[in-house]
Design a protein. Structure first.
Length: 298
Protein backbone atom coordinates (compact mmCIF):
# COMPACT_ATOMS: atom_id res chain seq x y z
CA UNK A 1 0.00 0.00 0.00
CA UNK A 2 2.67 2.55 -0.95
CA UNK A 3 0.51 5.27 -2.47
CA UNK A 4 -2.12 7.25 -0.65
CA UNK A 5 -4.88 7.43 -3.23
CA UNK A 6 -5.91 3.76 -2.94
CA UNK A 7 -7.93 2.28 -0.11
CA UNK A 8 -10.87 3.74 1.69
CA UNK A 9 -10.55 7.39 0.85
CA UNK A 10 -9.22 9.03 3.99
CA UNK A 11 -6.61 7.55 6.29
CA UNK A 12 -7.73 3.99 5.66
CA UNK A 13 -4.21 2.85 4.89
CA UNK A 14 -3.17 -0.80 5.01
CA UNK A 15 -6.28 -2.21 6.69
CA UNK A 16 -8.78 -0.79 4.26
CA UNK A 17 -6.59 -1.70 1.29
CA UNK A 18 -6.53 -5.32 2.48
CA UNK A 19 -10.29 -5.15 2.88
CA UNK A 20 -10.83 -3.82 -0.62
CA UNK A 21 -8.38 -6.41 -2.02
CA UNK A 22 -10.35 -9.18 -0.33
CA UNK A 23 -13.58 -7.73 -1.68
CA UNK A 24 -12.12 -7.45 -5.18
CA UNK A 25 -10.92 -11.06 -5.10
CA UNK A 26 -14.43 -12.09 -4.06
CA UNK A 27 -16.11 -10.10 -6.87
CA UNK A 28 -13.65 -11.52 -9.44
CA UNK A 29 -14.22 -15.09 -8.20
CA UNK A 30 -17.96 -14.60 -8.27
CA UNK A 31 -18.04 -13.38 -11.89
CA UNK A 32 -15.55 -16.01 -13.09
CA UNK A 33 -17.56 -18.80 -11.45
CA UNK A 34 -20.71 -17.71 -13.32
CA UNK A 35 -19.23 -17.32 -16.81
CA UNK A 36 -19.68 -20.41 -19.00
CA UNK A 37 -16.81 -21.69 -21.16
CA UNK A 38 -16.35 -20.07 -24.58
CA UNK A 39 -18.55 -21.35 -27.42
CA UNK A 40 -16.92 -24.04 -29.56
CA UNK A 41 -17.10 -22.31 -32.94
CA UNK A 42 -15.88 -25.35 -34.85
CA UNK A 43 -18.70 -27.48 -33.45
CA UNK A 44 -21.19 -24.67 -34.03
CA UNK A 45 -20.17 -24.47 -37.71
CA UNK A 46 -20.58 -28.24 -38.07
CA UNK A 47 -24.06 -28.18 -36.56
CA UNK A 48 -25.08 -24.89 -38.21
CA UNK A 49 -23.18 -24.75 -41.52
CA UNK A 50 -23.30 -21.79 -43.88
CA UNK A 51 -26.42 -22.42 -45.97
CA UNK A 52 -27.82 -20.41 -48.84
CA UNK A 53 -31.41 -20.88 -47.66
CA UNK A 54 -30.78 -20.41 -43.92
CA UNK A 55 -28.92 -17.21 -43.10
CA UNK A 56 -29.69 -17.65 -39.39
CA UNK A 57 -26.96 -20.31 -39.14
CA UNK A 58 -24.36 -17.68 -39.97
CA UNK A 59 -26.03 -15.20 -37.60
CA UNK A 60 -25.74 -17.71 -34.73
CA UNK A 61 -22.08 -18.58 -35.34
CA UNK A 62 -21.07 -14.92 -35.78
CA UNK A 63 -22.89 -13.96 -32.60
CA UNK A 64 -21.06 -16.74 -30.73
CA UNK A 65 -17.79 -15.36 -32.06
CA UNK A 66 -18.61 -11.80 -30.90
CA UNK A 67 -19.63 -12.99 -27.44
CA UNK A 68 -16.50 -15.17 -27.18
CA UNK A 69 -14.35 -12.06 -27.63
CA UNK A 70 -16.23 -10.23 -24.89
CA UNK A 71 -16.24 -13.18 -22.47
CA UNK A 72 -12.53 -13.81 -23.11
CA UNK A 73 -11.75 -10.13 -22.40
CA UNK A 74 -13.64 -10.24 -19.09
CA UNK A 75 -12.11 -13.58 -18.05
CA UNK A 76 -8.56 -12.53 -18.90
CA UNK A 77 -8.78 -9.23 -17.01
CA UNK A 78 -10.32 -10.88 -13.92
CA UNK A 79 -7.63 -13.59 -13.85
CA UNK A 80 -4.90 -10.96 -14.21
CA UNK A 81 -6.54 -8.94 -11.44
CA UNK A 82 -6.54 -11.99 -9.15
CA UNK A 83 -2.82 -12.49 -9.83
CA UNK A 84 -2.07 -8.82 -9.17
CA UNK A 85 -3.99 -8.90 -5.87
CA UNK A 86 -1.89 -11.90 -4.79
CA UNK A 87 1.23 -9.99 -5.82
CA UNK A 88 2.04 -12.46 -8.61
CA UNK A 89 1.75 -9.82 -11.33
CA UNK A 90 2.08 -6.09 -11.76
CA UNK A 91 -1.05 -4.01 -11.21
CA UNK A 92 -1.20 -2.11 -14.53
CA UNK A 93 -3.21 1.10 -14.87
CA UNK A 94 -5.81 -0.86 -16.89
CA UNK A 95 -6.16 -3.40 -14.08
CA UNK A 96 -6.36 -0.63 -11.48
CA UNK A 97 -9.21 0.84 -13.49
CA UNK A 98 -10.94 -2.55 -13.61
CA UNK A 99 -10.54 -2.88 -9.84
CA UNK A 100 -11.85 0.62 -9.13
CA UNK A 101 -14.91 0.01 -11.29
CA UNK A 102 -15.67 -3.39 -9.78
CA UNK A 103 -15.64 -1.88 -6.30
CA UNK A 104 -18.22 0.76 -7.25
CA UNK A 105 -20.29 -1.66 -9.35
CA UNK A 106 -19.54 -0.10 -12.75
CA UNK A 107 -18.61 -1.65 -16.07
CA UNK A 108 -14.84 -1.25 -16.64
CA UNK A 109 -13.89 0.71 -19.78
CA UNK A 110 -11.80 -2.15 -21.22
CA UNK A 111 -14.89 -4.41 -21.09
CA UNK A 112 -17.20 -1.75 -22.48
CA UNK A 113 -14.88 -1.39 -25.50
CA UNK A 114 -15.57 -5.03 -26.38
CA UNK A 115 -19.22 -4.93 -25.42
CA UNK A 116 -22.61 -4.27 -27.00
CA UNK A 117 -24.10 -0.96 -25.78
CA UNK A 118 -25.32 -1.22 -22.17
CA UNK A 119 -26.04 1.29 -19.43
CA UNK A 120 -26.57 -1.33 -16.73
CA UNK A 121 -24.59 -1.33 -13.49
CA UNK A 122 -22.10 -4.19 -13.14
CA UNK A 123 -24.33 -6.75 -11.37
CA UNK A 124 -27.19 -6.33 -13.85
CA UNK A 125 -24.73 -6.23 -16.73
CA UNK A 126 -23.34 -9.67 -15.79
CA UNK A 127 -26.86 -11.14 -15.32
CA UNK A 128 -27.85 -9.73 -18.71
CA UNK A 129 -24.67 -11.09 -20.34
CA UNK A 130 -25.36 -14.55 -18.86
CA UNK A 131 -28.93 -14.44 -20.21
CA UNK A 132 -27.60 -13.56 -23.69
CA UNK A 133 -25.10 -16.42 -23.57
CA UNK A 134 -27.90 -18.77 -22.51
CA UNK A 135 -30.07 -17.53 -25.41
CA UNK A 136 -27.32 -18.56 -27.87
CA UNK A 137 -26.62 -21.84 -26.06
CA UNK A 138 -30.32 -22.78 -26.18
CA UNK A 139 -30.41 -21.94 -29.88
CA UNK A 140 -27.37 -24.17 -30.41
CA UNK A 141 -28.84 -27.02 -28.30
CA UNK A 142 -32.48 -26.94 -29.39
CA UNK A 143 -32.36 -25.40 -32.86
CA UNK A 144 -33.57 -22.05 -34.14
CA UNK A 145 -36.14 -20.57 -31.71
CA UNK A 146 -39.77 -19.95 -32.74
CA UNK A 147 -39.49 -16.45 -31.34
CA UNK A 148 -36.19 -14.59 -30.97
CA UNK A 149 -35.19 -12.58 -27.92
CA UNK A 150 -34.23 -9.44 -29.85
CA UNK A 151 -32.48 -7.97 -26.81
CA UNK A 152 -30.08 -10.92 -26.72
CA UNK A 153 -28.12 -10.07 -29.87
CA UNK A 154 -24.74 -8.40 -29.87
CA UNK A 155 -25.22 -7.12 -33.42
CA UNK A 156 -28.98 -6.85 -33.98
CA UNK A 157 -28.56 -5.58 -37.53
CA UNK A 158 -27.08 -8.87 -38.74
CA UNK A 159 -30.10 -10.76 -37.39
CA UNK A 160 -32.53 -8.45 -39.21
CA UNK A 161 -30.52 -8.73 -42.43
CA UNK A 162 -30.60 -12.51 -42.04
CA UNK A 163 -34.40 -12.45 -41.80
CA UNK A 164 -34.61 -10.31 -44.93
CA UNK A 165 -32.10 -12.48 -46.77
CA UNK A 166 -34.01 -15.69 -46.05
CA UNK A 167 -37.13 -14.13 -47.54
CA UNK A 168 -35.29 -12.74 -50.57
CA UNK A 169 -33.75 -16.12 -51.35
CA UNK A 170 -36.93 -18.10 -50.75
CA UNK A 171 -38.95 -15.94 -53.17
CA UNK A 172 -36.01 -14.97 -55.43
CA UNK A 173 -36.56 -11.25 -54.86
CA UNK A 174 -33.64 -8.76 -54.78
CA UNK A 175 -33.01 -7.89 -51.12
CA UNK A 176 -32.75 -4.15 -51.80
CA UNK A 177 -36.42 -3.83 -52.77
CA UNK A 178 -37.48 -5.35 -49.43
CA UNK A 179 -38.28 -3.73 -46.13
CA UNK A 180 -40.19 -4.87 -43.03
CA UNK A 181 -43.85 -4.77 -42.20
CA UNK A 182 -45.01 -5.54 -38.66
CA UNK A 183 -47.81 -7.15 -36.71
CA UNK A 184 -48.16 -7.15 -32.92
CA UNK A 185 -49.12 -10.65 -31.73
CA UNK A 186 -50.85 -10.78 -28.33
CA UNK A 187 -50.96 -14.57 -28.01
CA UNK A 188 -47.63 -16.31 -27.44
CA UNK A 189 -46.92 -17.99 -30.83
CA UNK A 190 -46.77 -21.80 -30.72
CA UNK A 191 -44.55 -22.14 -33.77
CA UNK A 192 -42.32 -20.05 -36.02
CA UNK A 193 -44.05 -17.95 -38.74
CA UNK A 194 -43.90 -19.19 -42.33
CA UNK A 195 -42.06 -15.99 -43.31
CA UNK A 196 -40.16 -13.42 -41.29
CA UNK A 197 -39.44 -13.71 -37.56
CA UNK A 198 -41.22 -13.31 -34.24
CA UNK A 199 -39.29 -11.17 -31.76
CA UNK A 200 -39.88 -10.50 -28.07
CA UNK A 201 -38.15 -8.56 -25.31
CA UNK A 202 -38.90 -4.98 -26.36
CA UNK A 203 -40.02 -2.26 -23.94
CA UNK A 204 -42.33 0.65 -24.76
CA UNK A 205 -40.81 3.89 -23.48
CA UNK A 206 -43.14 6.86 -22.95
CA UNK A 207 -46.36 4.94 -23.64
CA UNK A 208 -47.93 1.57 -22.86
CA UNK A 209 -49.35 -1.28 -24.89
CA UNK A 210 -53.16 -1.29 -24.70
CA UNK A 211 -53.77 -5.03 -24.67
CA UNK A 212 -57.55 -4.63 -24.97
CA UNK A 213 -57.39 -2.81 -28.28
CA UNK A 214 -53.92 -4.08 -29.28
CA UNK A 215 -52.74 -0.53 -29.98
CA UNK A 216 -50.34 2.02 -28.49
CA UNK A 217 -51.91 3.67 -25.42
CA UNK A 218 -51.14 6.45 -22.93
CA UNK A 219 -48.71 5.66 -20.11
CA UNK A 220 -50.25 4.93 -16.74
CA UNK A 221 -49.27 7.47 -14.05
CA UNK A 222 -45.67 6.97 -12.83
CA UNK A 223 -45.14 3.93 -15.11
CA UNK A 224 -42.25 4.78 -17.43
CA UNK A 225 -41.96 1.53 -19.38
CA UNK A 226 -44.27 -1.24 -20.50
CA UNK A 227 -43.32 -4.55 -22.03
CA UNK A 228 -44.27 -4.85 -25.67
CA UNK A 229 -45.95 -8.09 -26.83
CA UNK A 230 -44.36 -10.33 -29.47
CA UNK A 231 -43.84 -8.55 -32.80
CA UNK A 232 -44.00 -10.39 -36.12
CA UNK A 233 -41.31 -8.83 -38.32
CA UNK A 234 -42.43 -9.55 -41.89
CA UNK A 235 -40.22 -8.86 -44.91
CA UNK A 236 -42.22 -7.39 -47.80
CA UNK A 237 -41.62 -5.37 -50.94
CA UNK A 238 -41.24 -1.70 -50.03
CA UNK A 239 -43.99 -0.77 -52.50
CA UNK A 240 -46.44 -3.10 -50.72
CA UNK A 241 -45.98 -1.61 -47.24
CA UNK A 242 -48.61 0.94 -46.24
CA UNK A 243 -47.87 2.84 -43.02
CA UNK A 244 -51.53 3.86 -42.71
CA UNK A 245 -52.31 5.39 -39.33
CA UNK A 246 -49.54 3.48 -37.58
CA UNK A 247 -46.88 5.22 -35.52
CA UNK A 248 -43.38 4.92 -36.99
CA UNK A 249 -41.68 3.95 -33.73
CA UNK A 250 -37.87 4.05 -33.44
CA UNK A 251 -36.19 1.08 -31.74
CA UNK A 252 -33.03 1.73 -29.70
CA UNK A 253 -30.72 -0.71 -27.94
CA UNK A 254 -30.62 1.41 -24.77
CA UNK A 255 -32.30 4.54 -23.45
CA UNK A 256 -29.51 6.77 -24.81
CA UNK A 257 -31.28 8.16 -27.85
CA UNK A 258 -28.38 9.58 -29.84
CA UNK A 259 -26.67 7.44 -32.44
CA UNK A 260 -23.20 7.02 -30.95
CA UNK A 261 -22.63 5.77 -27.42
CA UNK A 262 -19.70 7.58 -25.88
CA UNK A 263 -18.39 4.72 -23.71
CA UNK A 264 -18.20 2.25 -26.57
CA UNK A 265 -16.98 2.63 -30.10
CA UNK A 266 -20.30 1.48 -31.52
CA UNK A 267 -21.50 3.64 -34.33
CA UNK A 268 -25.12 3.34 -33.39
CA UNK A 269 -27.67 2.61 -30.75
CA UNK A 270 -30.53 2.83 -33.26
CA UNK A 271 -31.92 -0.46 -34.59
CA UNK A 272 -34.88 0.15 -36.93
CA UNK A 273 -38.34 1.74 -37.09
CA UNK A 274 -41.30 -0.51 -36.17
CA UNK A 275 -44.83 0.40 -37.29
CA UNK A 276 -47.26 0.27 -34.35
CA UNK A 277 -51.05 0.48 -34.62
CA UNK A 278 -52.43 3.63 -33.01
CA UNK A 279 -55.66 5.64 -32.91
CA UNK A 280 -53.78 8.93 -32.49
CA UNK A 281 -51.79 11.01 -35.01
CA UNK A 282 -47.97 10.50 -35.29
CA UNK A 283 -47.37 13.88 -33.64
CA UNK A 284 -49.02 12.75 -30.44
CA UNK A 285 -46.37 10.06 -29.88
CA UNK A 286 -43.48 12.06 -31.37
CA UNK A 287 -44.09 14.84 -28.83
CA UNK A 288 -43.93 12.26 -26.03
CA UNK A 289 -40.73 10.81 -27.50
CA UNK A 290 -42.26 7.32 -27.64
CA UNK A 291 -39.74 4.65 -28.57
CA UNK A 292 -39.08 0.94 -28.18
CA UNK A 293 -36.01 -0.14 -26.19
CA UNK A 294 -34.20 -3.49 -26.31
CA UNK A 295 -32.91 -3.14 -22.75
CA UNK A 296 -33.59 -0.98 -19.72
CA UNK A 297 -30.87 0.78 -17.71
CA UNK A 298 -31.24 -1.21 -14.51
Amino acid sequence: GGDDDGGGGGGGGEGSEKKSDALLAEIANDILSKLPPLFDLEQALKKYPTLYEESMNTVLVQEMERFNKLTATITKSLKELQKAIKGLAVMSSDLEDVGRNLLIGKLPATWAKRSYPSLKPLGSYISDLLARLRFLQDWYDKGKPDTFWISGFYFTQAFLTGAKQNYARKYRIPIDILDFDFEVVLEQPQSAPSDGVYVHGLFVDGARWDREKNILGESLPKVLFDSCPTVWVKPAKKVDIAVGDRYVCPVYKTSVRQGALSTTGHSTNYVLPILLPSDKPQDHWIRRGVALLCTLDD
